[in-house]
Design a protein around this ligand. Structure first.
Ligand code: APR
Length: 228
C-alpha cells in the first residue's frame, strides 16, 4: 500500500464547531497565548491556564468528527495512512483514523509536573489545582506550550519523508516546526493543500491548492484518490 501522509491543523476541526486559533473569533483573538499557553503563564497563574484548557476540553466532550474527518478514514481502504496533526482534539481518532501522531499534545491527557512520563487520560473535562499524580505533584495539560520542545517532531519528519502522497489540511502554516514538515516531502510526490486560505507554499513542487473547506473538499478528493 502506498504511504499517504496527512498534515492537519485547526481548520480540520472547524466544521465540528471547534475554534481555530487565527481566524476571526479564533482562540488567539480572545486570549493572549502568553497568558494561557506557556510555561511562564503556568508559573504566573496556573488556575487561568487550567481554566483555558478545561473550557476547551469541556467543549470537546460536546462535539464530534465532521465529514472531513470521516472522509479521511475511507483512505485507509487503499492506503497506508499516517495523520500528523497539530490539533490536540481526538476527533481523528473518534472518526476512526487508526494512525494519528499529535505534535502539540492531547487535550484529554494530563501529566505529572514532576515526571513528564507519567501521563493520564481524563474521562471528565475538569482538571483542578490540587489534582496530583501518584507522586503527589500537580497535574498539568499534556500540551506543548509556546517555548516548549516539540518532542514528536523527529518521528513526524521520518513519517513525512516517506510519503508517497501528501495532504495538508486546515493550517495557516505559520507555527514551526510543524509548518516546516511539508519541506521534507520529496519534490516529485503529489501534494494537496485543502484550506479556504490555501496558498502556493514557496519552493514546494507538485502542490495542488484547493481553496475550500475540509468538509466540502475532502469527500470529493478522497473519492478521486480511491479511484487512482
Ligand atoms: N476547512 C479547512 N480549513 C479551514 C476551515 C475549514 N472549514 N476553517 C478554517 N480553516 C483554516 C484557516 O483558513 C486557517 O488557514 O484553518 C487554518 C487555521 O489556522 P490556525 O488557526 O493558525 O491554526 P493552525 O494552523 O492549526 O495553528 C497551528 O498554532 O497556536 C498554535 O498550537 C497551536 O496547533 C496550533 C498552531
Amino acid at each position: 500500500m502506498k504511504k499517504l501522509v496527512i498534515l492537519t491543523g485547526a481548520g480540520m476541526s472547524a466544521e465540528s464547531g471547534v475554534k481555530t486559533f487565527r481566524d476571526s473569533d479564533g482562540l488567539w483573538q480572545n486570549h493572549r497565548f502568553e497568558e494561557v499557553a506557556s510555561p511562564v503563564a503556568w508559573q504566573r497563574d496556573p488556575e487561568l491556564v487550567l481554566e483555558f484548557y478545561n473550557q476547551r476540553r469541556k467543549q470537546l466532550f460536546e462535539v464530534g468528527p465532521n465529514a472531513g474527518h470521516l472522509a479521511l478514514v475511507r483512505l485507509e481502504e487503499k492506503y497506508d495512512v499516517h495523520i500528523v496533526t497539530q490539533n490536540v482534539d481526538d476527533l481523528h481518532e473518534r472518526a476512526g483514523s487508526s494512525n494519528v501522531l499529535h505534535l502539540h499534545g492531547e487535550l484529554k491527557k494530563v501529566r505529572s509536573t514532576l515526571d513528564p512520563s507519567m501521563i493520564y487520560t481524563l474521562d471528565h473535562w475538569e482538571l483542578k489545582l490540587g489534582d496530583t499524580c501518584e507522586k503527589g505533584s500537580q497535574l498539568r495539560p499534556h500540551i506543548v506550550w509556546f517555548g516548549e520542545a516539540v518532542d514528536m517532531i523527529g518521528p513526524a519528519v521520518e513519517v513525512v519523508a516517506e510519503a508517497e502522497i501528501c495532504m495538508v489540511i486546515g493550517t495557516s502554516m505559520v507555527v514551526y516546526p510543524a509548518a516546516g514538515l511539508i519541506n521534507y516531502v520529496k519534490d516529485k510526490i503529489p501534494k494537496y493543500y485543502v484550506d479556504p486560505k490555501a496558498f502556493h507554499v514557496q519552493g514546494i513542487r507538485n502542490l495542488e491548492v484547493i481553496k475550500e473547506k475540509a468538509g466540502i473538499a475532502l469527500p470529493e478528493l478522497v473519492d478521486k484518490l480511491l479511484k487512482q
